[in-house]
Ligand binder design. Structure first.
Ligand code: DGY
Length: 320
């Protein structure tokens, strides 16, 4: 079976594929145009996909009728039309769990960075503006006993909630498609309506899978209902928030600040006015960027393709 891999991944995954006898095709240049991408995919049986540059939709599947399986090097699959893939019997593998700790670490880091204005203060030091001790300048807020609202309490949300509970004894509220009994039992998490989540959270952190119904869910209307000390954290997908509305909420003091590991589009342009704000920390989508998580993702992605090549079900599959 021929597998097209669009970027280098940790060796552990490549070794697994080679040992299983799969033929690997790497592109000559990793920055492919859509047409070049399609050209590579036309000549392979399967794809190990890194990144979300191109959509796997009807047009793609029509253009590449020989593709039999796709293993995503990500837990998110918002760039894949799963229904269309399922209609064609194409399994879509993903990499859950192995990146949950790492991604929740970044949400936790952003929360603290924004609460204590870390990136703004770091910037001042870099600019030579350390300044004299000032009892009133650049004050942060403490998180002890505050309320964390989790939108989407699955594996990553659980880890974020657990950290917040243990480190700051935060109260956990959440909104989800279904109740998370483990979180209710172990973290005393309380299921609330979306409106309550928005109005009652001191920190609101998004950990849901992104779907079309979520597009710009966090907009003017929502930011307007949040507490003025609220911190908005998005480590899931940039499409969840409306960027101009977020900018407005941040500059008009409707909310305290925002920590973003994801933007729409990515990368965020360096002249984006949001980057000028002192109450914001933006990171370049590094949620899963640890050695441990990336090795785990390589193992799962390779494992999915190997299982498929043997006629087995992918162990981690996004198709229902
Ligand atoms: C994922 O796995 O969906 C991440 O966003 C990619 O690191």
């Amino acid at each position: 079976m021929k597998v097209f891999i669009n970027k280098r991944i940790p060796e552990i995954g490549i070794n697994m594929l080679q040992e299983a006898g799969l033929e690997i095709i790497f592109p000559e240049n990793e920055n492919l145009t859509y047409d070049e991408w399609v050209q590579y995919c036309r000549n392979t049986d399967a794809i190990l996909n890194i990144g979300g540059d191109f959509k796997y939709d009807k047009a793609f599947f029509d253009a590449c009728p020989d593709i039999k399986a796709i293993a995503l090097y990500s837990v998110g699959f918002d760039h894949v039309d799963i229904k269309e893939a399922s209609l064609r019997n194409i399994p879509i593998g993903n990499t859950p769990d192995v990146l949950s700790r790492a991604t929740s670490d970044v949400a936790f880091l952003l929360m603290q960075s924004v609460a204590r204005r870390a990136s703004y203060n770091f910037q001042k030091v870099k600019e030579g503006n350390w300044g004299a001790f000032d009892p009133l300048n650049a004050l942060g807020q403490e998180l002890y006993g505050k309320t964390l609202g989790v939108f989407g309490l699955g594996r990553i949300g659980f880890h974020m909630a657990e950290k917040c509970k243990k480190a700051f004894d935060m109260k956990i509220i959440y909104h989800n498609r279904r109740h998370n009994e483990e979180a209710e039992r172990e973290l005393d998490a309380k299921y609330v309506s979306f409106d309550e989540l928005v109005t009652d959270s001191d920190v609101l952190s998004i950990h849901a899978n992104f779907t079309a119904e979520h597009k710009e869910l966090f907009n003017n209307g929502v930011f307007g209902k949040m507490k003025s000390n609220a911190i908005f954290i998005n480590t899931a997908r940039g499409g969840f928030h409306q960027e101009q509305d977020l900018y407005k909420a941040l500059t008009e003091g409707k909310i305290w600040g925002a920590g973003l590991d994801v933007t729409n589009p990515e990368p965020m342009s360096a002249d984006n006015p949001i980057l000028e704000l002192s109450n914001v920390c933006v990171l370049p989508h590094i949620g899963s960027a640890t050695i441990e998580a990336r090795n785990g993702m390589a193992r799962l992605a390779a494992g999915n393709l190997i299982a498929f090549s043997k006629g087995e079900k992918m162990p981690n599959c996004a198709n229902p």
